[in-house]
Design a protein around this ligand. Structure first.
Ligand code: PAF
Length: 288
């Protein structure tokens, strides 16, 4: 496994690989890798001859009130995981390599429509930070395919739109959320939960599943369904930021004619903000 920190060196390496007929799958991460990330790397290995994983804690995607310095950095353990999984290259650029003249002066890539809703509403600037850094990383790595988790579905849809809009010749692949046995979506933030909170946390996914079941069974009173689900969660010590039924195409509120839906939830439990989502395909042909 090769570790590269320099943009130029990585570009030369990927061009050489491609000249030899290889193709590249890319997994961008901010490190602190857990089983969810490792599933992305495994999926990437089935998509291309070479897997490149980046580890870069991106300052631009932290909102003003979020503590960048507290973000867990576990480089040694991350490297070990990636080595065991057989990643070919780990790209660990410095902040200077990504933001040579500072975070504020780099050209910003902003994806209209999808950035200000859901998590974007409570984390101003976050998604501009994500689209900007992912665009830069994609340009440096030049992969054939890049892999993102469906756990961050808003992020995945945003990157798919960016790549479509800017005609970037890269396939963006979403990988299903990896869950603990009790249904809690794996996330670096789960480690912040107390033992008591960890017992309650799976209620988030249970609530989405109940909602999904009700919609598949024919309920279309979306607003009442969401109100009820929010109430249930708030009774269980969650503080719900949002719980919404949106359509996947543009993340606008779903109406009764929409068939590709996603249920999104963000809620704080103690001091930890958790997010989750469930996608629903209401096309009559879809296997429900
Ligand atoms: O999902 C993440 O870890 C980050 O948002 C990403 C895609 C690596 C961009 O910094």
């Amino acid at each position: 496994m090769q570790v590269i920190t320099d943009n130029e060196q990585l570009s030369v390496h990927t061009h050489q690989l491609k000249a030899l007929g290889g193709n590249i799958a890319f997994v961008p991460t901010m490190g602190n890798l857990h089983a969810g990330h490792l599933a992305l790397v495994r999926a990437a290995k089935n998509l291309a001859t070479t897997v490149i994983v980046s580890i870069f804690v991106n300052p631009k995607q932290f909102a003003a009130n979020e503590d960048l310095s507290a973000y867990p950095r576990t480089l040694e353990a991350d490297m070990e995981h990636l080595h065991h999984l057989g990643a070919d290259v780990v790209f660990t650029p410095s902040e200077h390599a990504i933001y040579p003249e500072g975070v504020e002066t780099l050209t910003t890539v902003s994806v209209p429509g999808l950035t200000d809703v859901l998590c974007g509403a409570s984390r101003p600037g976050h998604f501009d930070g994500v689209s900007t850094v992912v665009c830069k990383l994609l340009n440096v790595v030049s992969p054939d395919v890049a892999v993102f988790g469906e756990k961050d579905l808003q992020q995945l849809l945003l990157i798919q739109k960016m790549v479509r809009d800017l005609a970037m010749a890269i396939e963006i692949v979403g990988i299903p959320t990896v869950r603990a046995d009790d249904g809690l979506a794996l996330s670096s933030r789960n480690s912040y939960l107390t033992a008591d909170e960890r017992i309650i946390a799976p209620a988030l996914y249970e609530t989405l599943q109940q909602l999904s079941g009700a919609i598949k069974a024919g309920r279309r009173d979306y607003s009442a369904l969401c109100d009820h689900a929010r109430e249930q969660l708030n009774k269980q010590r969650f503080q719900v930021d949002y719980l919404e039924i949106r359509r996947c195409s543009d993340l606008m509120s779903a109406d009764h004619n929409d068939t590709q839906l996603a249920l999104f939830v963000a809620a704080t439990l103690g001091s930890t903000r958790l997010i989750d989502n469930v996608q629903i395909n209401l096309n009559p042909q879809a296997a429900q």
